[in-house]
Design a protein around this ligand. Structure first.
Ligand code: ZN
Length: 209
């Protein structure tokens, strides 16, 4: 339906006539030595891995998907996530069976944006990998402020105790998030899952800021 009102444009660079151009595809491609370990200010106590910096076409694709309704960009992002998960399985950092738990999105925000993009990306990514199950088990409690514009300490205060686990998740778990910034949400997600008995192996983000 978007095609009726908007000209076809690359979600990464704005090039005309394509949804996702080869240059942006190359920029988003996960190399054999990726994802890399990153060190956010708030340490979740498990390795945090990222597919790349929150910049360039990666950043624009994530923003376009989350804020501008470009649901089609879930496909290239999911492909990158599949490669990253597959590499981690090859390196034995991860093992199957594995439960993929998307980081929580504010409900109102998710609704406004037409569903939770990170869950959609995780679902698509896991489809190609046997032994992986996606469980959207993490939810933000009501009245959690959007973290945009908050300092690291304020984000931590904002999110502390605010994530609940809606369905039991046992066994090995990886938390998947779109962007890791201070690490506050990742840390609280890991803590909430561990409290409920999950063995959280790592956090994997599409990007780190
Ligand atoms: Zn492009």
């Amino acid at each position: 339906m978007l095609d009726l009102v908007l000209p076809l444009q690359c979600g990464g660079c704005g090039a005309a006539g394509t949804r996702w151009c080869p240059i942006c595809a190359r920029e988003l491609a996960v190399r054999p030595d990726e994802p890399h370990v990153v060190t956010p200010r708030v340490d979740p106590g498990v390795p945090v891995l990222s597919l790349g910096r929150y910049a360039g076409s990666r950043r624009r694709a994530i923003v376009a998907l989350k804020e501008h309704g470009r649901a089609d960009l879930a496909a290239p992002l999911a492909e990158a996530l599949t490669t990253a998960l597959s590499n981690l399985l090859t390196w034995n950092v991860l093992d199957t069976p594995l439960t993929v738990v998307p980081a929580p999105t504010r409900r109102s925000a998710a609704r406004r944006r037409g569903g939770d993009p990170i869950t959609r990306i995780a679902d698509k990514a896991a489809t190609g990998l046997p032994g992986l199950t996606v469980r959207p088990a993490l939810h933000l409690k009501a009245f959690t402020r959007d973290s945009v514009g908050l300092s690291s300490a304020d984000r931590q205060r904002n999110i502390a105790g605010r994530i609940r686990v809606s369905t039991p998740v046992g066994g090995a778990v990886i938390v998947v998030d779109d962007v890791v910034t201070t690490g506050a949400t990742a840390a609280e997600s890991v803590r909430a899952l561990q409290t409920r008995g999950a063995d959280v192996l790592a956090v994997l983000a599409l990007a780190h800021a």
